[in-house]
Design a protein around this ligand. Structure first.
Ligand SMILES: NC(=O)c1ccc[n+]([C@@H]2O[C@H](COP(=O)([O-])OP(=O)(O)OC[C@H]3O[C@@H](n4cnc5c(N)ncnc54)[C@H](O)[C@@H]3O)[C@@H](O)[C@H]2O)c1
Length: 242
């Protein structure tokens, strides 16, 4: 019986390569995303290539939807071994011009969504005394971000949430970790920039390497799911010095 993994934001720029790689590793993948066309297409493509995937539409802000996702996955596949919280959004504006509704939207998807999906799935994992939760945070959650304070606050919140949930679930052998990529070439990171501005931003060298590559994120996820990482919990894997 293959292990079962749910990836929220699974149809996105970071989520989709994760879904493909984990399906190739033999996981049954539940692609959970707001974007139905992209999510269905990805699941079909994975199945055509010999992997196993299903799509479930989800707004991570919807508690009932998160609970349905967990229940439907259990009904179809009998267990949930891994949850990756990768759904997220950003917008760019200074704090002094930020509407309250935009603060709520970004915190709602990035932070509350992570809480709701983790809670729905962790109930099952805690009962089973086994499971892994990986949250995609961001280096910006540590360093802050000009013109995206709501985003930075949401990701800092995700990092603190991960540490707290890891403490709570350690007795049940459920590991909870975060990955904090640097800028990665996806629709999200390009949003609000012209091609020229993006190229300029991408060319600024951090300490080592340039943009975070998607295969780096896949590599860290594979490590966290591997046997030698079985006792690692509450950690944030910062992939670039912000
Ligand atoms: N791209 C980067 O530079 C970067 C850097 C650090 C962290 N991250 C984080 O990585 C994660 C993935 O980002 P990405 O770059 O792949 O962005 P993306 O825009 O390519 O993908 C995000 C996905 O989330 C989905 N989504 C948005 N709102 C949703 C909701 N309410 N419910 C369910 N799904 C929803 C979108 O449909 C999309 O498929 C995000 O959490 C992001 O904050 C990205």
């Amino acid at each position: 019986m293959s292990q079962v993994i749910i990836v929220t934001g699974g149809a996105g720029g970071i989520g989709a390569p994760l879904c493909r790689a984990l399906a190739a590793d033999g996981y049954t993948v539940v692609v959970a995303d707001f974007a139905a066309d992209a999510g269905n297409a990805l699941a079909e493509d994975i199945n055509r290539s010999g992997g196993k995937a299903v799509f479930q539409q989800l707004d991570v802000r919807d508690k009932a939807g998160a609970e349905r996702l967990a229940a439907d996955t259990l009904k179809s596949f009998g267990q949930i071994d891994v949850l990756i919280n990768a759904a997220g959004v950003i917008s760019r504006m200074p704090v002094l011009e930020m509407p309250e509704a935009e603060w709520d939207r970004v915190l709602g998807i990035n932070l509350k969504g992570t809480f709701l999906c983790s809670q729905a799935v962790a109930r099952h994992m805690a009962e089973r005394k086994s499971g892994k939760i990986i949250c995609v945070a961001s280096g910006r959650g540590i360093a802050g971000q000009r013109r995206a304070a709501h985003y930075a606050a949401s990701k800092g919140g995700v990092i603190a949430f991960v540490k707290s949930l890891a403490l709570e679930l350690a007795p049940q052998s459920v590991a909870v970790n975060a990955i904090a990529p640097g800028a990665t070439d996806t629709a999200m990171s390009r949003s609000g920039s012209t091609d020229e501005e993006w190229k300029k931003r991408a060319a600024v060298p951090p300490m080592m390497g340039g943009l975070t590559e998607k295969d780096e994120i896949v590599g860290v996820v594979r490590y966290l799911l591997s046997e030698p990482a079985r006792h690692i919990t509450g950690q944030t894997f910062l992939l670039r010095t912000p």
